[in-house]
Each structure stands twice: as structure tokens, then as C-alpha cells.
Design a binder for this molecule. Structure first.
Ligand code: ATR
Length: 498
């Protein structure tokens, strides 16, 4: 690979840019994520063109990191494009929305047919579908790439979910794979599918992340207030859990957060943090898309609503001490604590399984709706490293879809099925205990209801169909013969075929 000499930190001025096409990739947008991705490319031996709308940021980037790799700074988008090898590959890392559209247009004006524009931001997949259509019409390739792993991942190895034309992956894939995380030598990056598929999958990944964080939160809540344990003791429990089925980045950092003590007050930090969870919107998008696709992602939905409820501070303040609790059971006795902790672990595991099963259902429904032909095994494989939901059990999910790509639900995979056998009694006990003690467990409980709904021989949907037929003549099907039927509710109540 040809390398240009690293630009001098003593002279970080972008005006030093030459128009020679020496860079294998360019990054537009040098805020935190963009800077780290650019450095990651350079750390892997690539020459990286860098450009930011505000030139001062490019200068600062070059002053800070110019010596650490081979960078070609540019002051104008034209210089930036001119510095890219063909087919030109420009990765946009700017604020999602209007910023992305502005940069896409500038790049498209300066580029030539066959060049590739990559949006690495958190774009809504329907925007990506629209942009891909527009850019294709201009003879260029557009790749919406979901990138997960936060700041740290961007620098040291994220999970990357590129969509767009398969053809563009031929030249782009090796570059992206080189900077992605690796698990057992396999890159956490693969071509996901056409147009918006990459951003759709990244969106669902984030939705699953919401549910995963919420079930961990519910487990914490029960250990803390249901069993009366200290944050330090609970940190130790999570550390232990991280050695088993629940081994994951999120469980690992949960132990770190719980163990943190505030230096000023010598109090567990978690007790000083305002209990109102923020959200940037990808969880909400996942639920909105699921509603449109008709996929019940109850775990993700409850997790999004739980954050919203936590942030409804004035409503919560008004309700505290006013809404009657009813007769509550006492906290778990110390001698029962060990069994309770194990029950909580199992309830967490089972609820997490449901959330992942639902997330994969949404991916498959999106794939069917948009004709993406996604392979769920690929998602499980690339999510094993680099991203926030990286976890040991994604290996099992990959194996499940590998063994049976037509699996009706992840919960029905033989391995997970047998796991559930060992979890379900604890899960029920925990939902009951939480309810009797008055602790909210929206995802634990809704996941159990989802599970019982799936298992049920009969659902009250039969009654709902009767009601719908009663007030709206919406008709119903019968279990004993085909066709659609209507009862003459306001007449003689005989049944007619619709
Ligand atoms: P972070 O990684 O910190 O979350 P962000 O808010 O998502 O960053 O995106 C900030 C980046 O988007 C910056 O590089 C910003 O450029 P400036 O430094 O000039 O502000 C870039 N950005 C936002 N809107 C833009 C636009 N309309 N055109 C070009 N770049 C834009």
C-alpha cells in the first residue's frame, strides 16, 4: 500500500493539501466519532483524507493526531475528493439529518460515477433508502453503514453494518473489515443487504440494547430494593454473572458503574445520579418500525417507555407518596437472599432471550417487507464484538440460525428451548415477588406475558374478534370450517357467511 508521509504536526494547516489521489478512504466530519474512525483507519496502515466543515477542527485534528498516521487534510470538499484514490470512498460522520444531506450533495457534486459515499451516522433507514435511490440515479454508490461501539469502538474496533449495493462492498468491505472488531479472527463487519438494510439492522441493534440495559436495570432494582443489597454487593453479583451465560459488555460495565464511589461524598455514585434516563431516538425508531411491520417487540417497547416514564419527573413526583401501594410483601429475608439472587439471574436471562428473539423477528420482518434477504446468522455473528450488545450468547444465536435459517422464533431453537426449561420457574417467581413487593419490572413481566402468549393454546383474540364483529361487522373465522362469518347481532343472531 502506498503511504504518504504523515502531515507535520508543526504545520497542521490544511492548505498543505496536495491534489494527488493518495488516500484510500476519506472521512468527512471530525467530531468525536469521525476523528476516532479516521485514526482507526490510519492505525491500520491506510492513508486517510480528512475534512471538516469548520476548518479549525481539521487543524486541531492534525495538530493532535497528524503524527500518528498518514492523513491528508483538506480545506475544501473539492480538495478532499481530489485526494481520494478511485473508486473514491468518502465516509460521512456528521450530525444525522440535514447535515448528512448537505454533505452528501457536496460530495456527489464533486465525485464521479462509480465513487462511493458512505453514511456512517445513525440515519433513519427510510432516509437511507431515499438517499440510495437519489445517489444511484447520479451514477454513484451510496452505502448506509451502521457503526456501533461508541467512541472507544470507533477508535479500536467497532461493529460495522454496511448496507447499499453489493458491488460497492467489493472495494469498501476490506477497508471496513480491517478497522472492525474481530472475534475468533472473524471481522465484526459484513455486507448486510441492499439500500437501507445496514441502518435498519443498526437501529434494531440499538433497540435490543435498550431492552438489554432495562432488564439489567430491573435486576439491579430487585437486588437493591427487593433484597436490600448494597451497590457494592450487587457489583460483585454482576461480576460473578459475567462469568456465565450472561457474559457481556453491558453486564461488565454494570459492575463497574455500581462499584463506583463518589469521591466528594463517599457515597455509591449510582445513588447520586438522577434517575431519569435519556434517549437519542433509535429505540423509539425501532418500536415505530415494529408497529408498522406488525412485530410485537414488547421488550424493546417497554424499555423505551420505561425511559420515558423515568423522565416524567413532575408526574412521578406528584404520584410519589400519593398513589396507594396496597398491601406489600416485605423485602427478601437475608437467609433467602442467595436463592433470590439466582432467581433474578434466571429472570434476567429469560427476559433478555425474549428481547433478542423479538429483535430478530423485527429484522426478518423488515427483510421480508423491503426484499433485503437478510441472514440473521450474520447479525448475530458481527454483533459478537465491537458493539454495545456484544455478548457470549450471540454465538448461540448465530448457531441457532445456522442450524435452522427458518426458525419460527429464537425461543424455539433446541438450545434456547432447553435453557428456558431451567429458567421459567424462577422467572415466574421473580415477576410474582416483584409485583407483591411493588417493584416495577416492565420488561421482566411483559416478556413473560409474551412468552405465555406464544405458548397459549387459546388467546382471548377469539373474544376480541367476536366484539369486533358485534360492533363493526368485521367478521371472524371459525376453527371448524374455512371462510369469514358474521353473526346478525342486532337481528335474530343467526350466523351468515360474509
Ligand atoms: P458527535 O460525534 O460529537 O456526536 P455530531 O454532533 O453527530 O458529533 O456531528 C458533529 C459533526 O457534524 C461536526 O463535524 C460538524 O461540523 P462542524 O465542526 O463544522 O460543526 C458536522 N456537521 C453538522 N452539520 C453539518 C453540515 N450541515 N454540513 C457539514 N458538516 C456538518
Amino acid at each position: 500500500m502506498t503511504k504518504t508521509p504523515a502531515a507535520s504536526a508543526a504545520d497542521p494547516s490544511p492548505s498543505a493539501t496536495t491534489n494527488e489521489a493518495t488516500a484510500q478512504i476519506g472521512v468527512v466530519g471530525l467530531a468525536v466519532m469521525g476523528s476516532n474512525i479516521a485514526r482507526n483507519f490510519a492505525n491500520h496502515g491506510h492513508t486517510v483524507a480528512v475534512y471538516n466543515r469548520t476548518t479549525a477542527k481539521t487543524e486541531k485534528f492534525m495538530a493532535d493526531f497528524g503524527q500518528t498516521g498518514s492523513f491528508v487534510p483538506a480545506e475544501t470538499i473539492q480538495d478532499f475528493v481530489a485526494s481520494l484514490e478511485r473508486p473514491r470512498r468518502a465516509l460521512i460522520m456528521v450530525q444525522a439529518g440535514a447535515g448528512t444531506d448537505a454533505v452528501i450533495n457536496q460530495l456527489a457534486d464533486a465525485m464521479e460515477p462509480g465513487d462511493i459515499i458512505i453514511d456512517g451516522g445513525n440515519a433513519l433507514y427510510t432516509d437511507t433508502i431515499r438517499r440510495e435511490t437519489d445517489i444511484r440515479a447520479r451514477g454513484l454508490h451510496f452505502v448506509g453503514a451502521g457503526i456501533s461501539g461508541g467512541e472507544e469502538g470507533a477508535l479500536n474496533g467497532p461493529a460495522i453494518m454496511p448496507g447499499g449495493p453489493a458491488e460497492s462492498y467489493e472495494s469498501l468491505g476490506p477497508l471496513l473489515e480491517s478497522i472492525s472488531a474481530k472475534v475468533d479472527g472473524t471481522p465484526c463487519c459484513t455486507h448486510i443487504g441492499p439500500d437501507g438494510a445496514g441502518h435498519f439492522v443498526k437501529m434494531v441493534h440499538n433497540g435490543i440494547e435498550y431492552a438489554d440495559m432495562q432488564v439489567i436495570g430491573e435486576a439491579y432494582q430487585l437486588l437493591r430494593y427487593g433484597a436490600g443489597m448494597s451497590p457494592a454487593d450487587i457489583a460483585a453479583v454482576f461480576r460473578e454473572w459475567n462469568k456465565g451465560d450472561l457474559e457481556s459488555y453491558l453486564v461488565e460495565i454494570t459492575a463497574e458503574v455500581l462499584a463506583q464511589v463518589d469521591a466528594d461524598t463517599n457515597t455509591p455514585l449510582v445513588d447520586l445520579i438522577v434517575d431519569a434516563a435519556g434517549q437519542k431516538g433509535t429505540g423509539r425508531w425501532t418500536v415505530k418500525a415494529a408497529l408498522d411491520l406488525g412485530v410485537p417487540v414488547t421488550g424493546i417497547g417497554e424499555a423505551v417507555f420505561a425511559r420515558a416514564l423515568s423522565s416524567a419527573t413532575s408526574q412521578r413526583q406528584a404520584a410519589q407518596g400519593q398513589l396507594p401501594s396496597g398491601q406489600l410483601s416485605p423485602a427478601v429475608a437475608p437467609e433467602d437472599r442467595e436463592a433470590f439472587v439466582e432467581d433474578v439471574r434466571r429472570a434476567l436471562y429469560a427476559s433478555k432471550l425474549v428481547a433478542y428473539a423479538q429483535g430478530f423477528d423485527e429484522i426478518l420482518a423488515g427483510s421480508a417487507e423491503y426484499g433485503w434477504d437478510l441472514d440473521p446468522k450474520d447479525m448475530a455473528t458481527i454483533w459478537r464484538g465491537g458493539c454495545i450488545i456484544r455478548a457470549k450468547f450471540l454465538n448461540r444465536i448465530a448457531e441457532a440460525y445456522q442450524a435452522n435459517p427458518k426458525l419460527e422464533s429464537l425461543l424455539l431453537d433446541p438450545y434456547f428451548n432447553s435453557e428456558l426449561e431451567g429458567l421459567v420457574d424462577s422467572w415466574r417467581r421473580i415477576v410474582v415477588a416483584a409485583t407483591q413487593q411493588g417493584h416495577p419490572v416492565p420488561v421482566f413481566s411483559s416478556s413473560l406475558s409474551y412468552y405465555d402468549s406464544l405458548r397459549a393454546q387459546r388467546l382471548p383474540a377469539a373474544l376480541i374478534q367476536g366484539q369486533r364483529d358485534y360492533f363493526g361487522a368485521h367478521t371472524y373465522g371459525r376453527v371448524d370450517r374455512p371462510g369469514a362469518f358474521h353473526t346478525l347481532w342486532s337481528g335474530d343472531r343467526t350466523e351468515v357467511e360474509a
